[in-house]
Design a protein around this ligand. Structure first.
Ligand code: SF4
Length: 295
């Protein structure tokens, strides 16, 4: 009961600040490596250099990496004994305070009346909070992803077979539709992007899982060797499309691809592509007893 009442609001404000103002090291490393692949003086190289300069400035000044601070998506892995109601309230209070401190731009707009609530709090849906109970001896882990609007707009879902694309209900068909999504996104999702791909599920679970898989670090491969191979192949082939950073042309369109395989009904075969922009903001806080760590 005691730990269920613990107030983590300040720690969650810090999680939000870190997520909004500091790009994770694995993403930054991948962007730095991408620069070397682009020709000196090219628009692609200039775009990547500007991105990296902005990342550095944001870190130094504790300001958001991008003016669009995105949709806040929280995944809370809570051990038995924590109150999810209390945690939800603390997350919502932290979000309102982080917005006041300008770590977040006010982003919650009532879709019916077109009114911005001004504090990043909508109904139960904003911020999005997913709870998952874990064993009692596990730490409390709160993960946060900030998903930009531009990249969200270019996400796509396909129902296979897709006759127009010649995509059947198999991994070859999956490859075709994922490359189609990248081709159609062009630079509008603020490339270079990271692809979260869900195969199967229903329409909603497929979208959900295609985002959830983006909590994994860059380079982490699916344990299924077939899917791992497809992840690498898709990144390589997407980079041959010539779209490049921000759509300026070049070698770097996609930094990584992550695939998750789900169950499906015999009647359906969905493939969902969530596109994450270069501002791939995701962090976590881990609470063990009185200690709080951030990753
Ligand atoms: S898509 Fe990403 S990089 Fe582009 S404006 Fe939105 S948050 Fe910023």
């Amino acid at each position: 009961m005691e730990r269920a009442m613990r107030d983590l609001t300040n720690e969650i404000i810090e999680l939000i600040r870190r997520t909004s103002t500091r790009l994770p090291a694995d993403v930054e490393e991948r962007l730095r490596a991408a620069i070397e692949k682009e020709a000196p003086g090219s628009a692609a190289r200039n775009a990547l250099e500007t991105i990296l300069k902005n990342i550095e400035l944001s870190r130094q000044k504790s300001t958001p990496i991008c003016q669009d601070t995105g949709t806040p998506i929280f995944y809370v892995h809570y051990p038995e004994g924590w109150s999810t109601r209390a945690l939800r309230e603390q997350i919502r209070n932290a979000m309102a305070e982080a917005t006041k401190r300008s770590y977040m731009r006010p982003n919650a707009v009532d879709a019916i009346y077109d009114r911005n609530t001004g504090n990043n709090l909508g109904g139960d849906d904003f911020p999005y909070i997913h709870f998952e109970e874990v064993d009692a001896d596990q730490p409390l882990v709160i993960e946060l992803m900030l998903k930009g609007g531009g990249c969200e707009n270019v996400g796509r879902q396909y129902s296979l077979p897709d006759n127009e694309l010649g995509a059947d209900r198999d991994l070859a068909g999956v490859r075709k539709v994922v490359l189609d999504a990248v081709q159609k996104a062009q630079g509008q999702g603020c490339a270079p992007g990271i692809l979260g791909v869900a195969i199967g599920g229903d329409r909603s679970s497929s979208y959900l899982k295609s985002k959830e898989v983006l909590f994994e670090k860059i380079g982490v491969r699916n344990p299924d060797p077939e899917l791992a191979k497809l992840e690498e192949r898709l990144t390589e082939e997407a980079n041959q499309l010539g779209i490049g950073p921000m759509g300026f042309g070049g070698q770097t369109t996609v930094l990584d691809t992550k695939i998750v395989g789900l169950s499906r009904l015999p009647a359906s075969y969905f493939v969902t592509v969530s596109y994450m922009c270069w501002a791939y903001r995701r962090r976590k806080m881990i609470v063990r007893g009185d200690q709080v760590e951030y990753e």
